[in-house]
Every structure is written in C-alpha cells, then in structure tokens.
Write a protein that binds this ligand. Structure first.
Ligand SMILES: NC(=O)c1ccc[n+]([C@@H]2O[C@H](COP(=O)([O-])OP(=O)(O)OC[C@H]3O[C@@H](n4cnc5c(N)ncnc54)[C@H](O)[C@@H]3O)[C@@H](O)[C@H]2O)c1
Length: 250
C-alpha cells in the first residue's frame, strides 16, 4: 500500500470500526481527521494517534447537517490544504420489527447511515474534482441484503451500495474512485452489548466460525484508499467471514 502525503477523513471514528480505520491509516503514514458527533471520543482517538507518532486532528461534528459538513471540510482544507480520502463510516442501528418501527426510527437511521454519506460525498467531491484525485470508501453492511428486524438499517445500507455505484460512474474520469465495504459482524462495543445467547447463535451461523475485528475492515479500507487501487471503482466487497454466501438466520 502506497500513501505519500495523503489526507483522510474518517467519519464516526471515535469508536469501533472507524477508530480502527483511523489508526491503521495513520500507521501507513496518512494524515488523519477524526470525526465523531461525540467530542470526548474524538479527543481520545486523536490523543492516542498522536501518542503513537501519527499526524491527526479531531473535528466533533454532526454530519447529518449540511452546515456542519461544510464547516468540517473547510477546517480540513485550512489545516492540510486538501482532502484525498473520505471514509464514510458513521452509522447507527435501531432494529425493530416493521410493526414496531416508527417514523422517527426510520428517519434517524436513514439520516446518519445514508444522508450523511451523501452530504460528505457532495462536499468532498467539490475539492477532489478540483485536484483531480480522490478515494471514497463507503461503509455499508452485509445487512443490505436484507434481515428481519432491520428494515430501516438494511434500506439505508442498500442505499449506500447504490450511491457508491452511481458516484463511481459520475466521477470516474476525474481520477476519483468510489468503493464500498459491506462488513459482517465485527467485534465493536455494539457486539459486547448483545446477550450471550444472541452472540452464540450469531457465531454458530458464521462460516468461518469467528467474528471479524475492526482491523479486518481497516485493511480493506486501506487497500481501496491506496494509489494502487485506481482501476477499481463502484465495487462492493463483503468482509463478513462468508456470511453473505447464504441467508441462514443467526
Ligand atoms: N460492528 C458491526 O458488526 C458492523 C457490521 C456491519 C456494518 N457496520 C457499520 O460499520 C460502521 C461503524 O460501526 P461500529 O460498529 O464501529 O459502530 P460504533 O457505534 O462503534 O461507531 C459509530 C460511531 O459513529 C458515530 N456517529 C453516530 N452518529 C453520528 C453523526 N451524526 N455524526 C458523526 N458521528 C456519528 C458514533 O458516535 C460512533 O462513535 C457503521 O456504519 C455500521 O453500520 C458495523
């Protein structure tokens, strides 16, 4: 993987997968911008990256709002002069059966998981098109294939796949690639909150017999984000230990 003088923003990188991605890219020499809606999380991750010798800044912002997104990118340009890599990672879940799902559950999940990716892509692309270089990696989920109790989450993640494909077609001639990763179960704070019996069932349904780590996603992000992946665009890759191969419910 080759990174020379590259600047990346990772949304929702105050925790879990995003934190792993920010730290991995930093280890590879990328200047990283840590974004999260929670200031304390941002500060902790930035401090840890700096303590390991990395170059990082933190921007606490709610990326579901266009004004916040514009300000965030202006701050990046003021600090680093450019933005090369956008990792759209922030996401939430509010899993409920269709019967119990409310309009508010729908809007909350669609806003963070899909609208925020649109807003960040829109503003990042203004800078990337000017500099004729860019790498965008959108985090979807294996759940985009569908899962009971996840109508809002699945729909938002399916939207991410479609957004990726369309943007790849629109900006392919500008030296910009747009790709997508669909993770399966990854060991983040979310996983540890699940009841033991649910975790056991999910583990049983894993073809590889284990769940993934944030690094599994971080390494795939690093591949798409590097210079060498310039001929790959519009693609969605499952990083899910084979779970996408069949629909057995865990
Ligand atoms: N963990 C998994 O098993 C798994 C599986 C498939 C997909 N994913 C996806 O991976 C991504 C990261 O998930 P995670 O498990 O690391 O979750 P996480 O909850 O550990 O991290 C998500 C971060 O996003 C932040 N965030 C939420 N709303 C935001 C907003 N409006 N603006 C800025 N930041 C915001 C949260 O504060 C949190 O720190 C999500 O898009 C999720 O849907 C996770």
């Amino acid at each position: 993987m080759k990174f020379e003088n590259r600047v990346a923003i990772i949304t929702g990188s105050g925790s879990g997968i995003g934190e792993g991605v920010a730290k991995r890219l930093s280890q590879l020499g990328v200047k990283v911008v840590v974004n999260d809606v929670e200031t304390e999380k941002v500060n902790r991750v930035v401090e840890e990256i700096k303590a390991s010798g990395g170059d990082a800044i933190g921007i606490a912002a709610d990326i579901t709002k266009m004004d916040s997104v514009r300000n965030m990118f202006e701050e990046i340009i003021n600090k680093y002069g450019k933005i090369d890599i956008l990792i759209n990672n922030a996401g939430i879940a509010r899993d409920k059966s269709m019967k119990k799902l409310t309009e508010e559950d729908w809007d909350a999940v669609l806003n963070v998981n899909l609208k925020a990716q649109f807003l960040c892509c829109k503003v990042a692309l203004e800078y990337m098109q000017e500099q004729k270089y860019g790498r965008i990696v959108n985090i979807s989920s294996r759940a985009w294939l569908g899962w009971p109790g996840q109508a809002n989450y699945s729909a938002s993640k399916g939207g991410v796949v479609s957004l990726t494909r369309t943007l790849a077609l629109e900006v392919g001639r500008k030296g910009i690639t747009v790709n997508c990763i669909a993770p399966g179960i990854i060991e983040t704070p979310l996983w540890s909150t699940l009841p033991d019996n649910v975790r056991e069932r999910l583990l049983e349904s894993q073809p590889t017999g284990k769940i993934g780590q944030p690094d599994d996603i971080a390494n795939t992000v690093a591949f798409f984000a590097g210079d060498q992946a310039g001929y790959i665009t519009g693609q969605t890759i499952f990083v899910c230990g084979g779970k996408s191969l069949f629909a057995k419910m865990g």
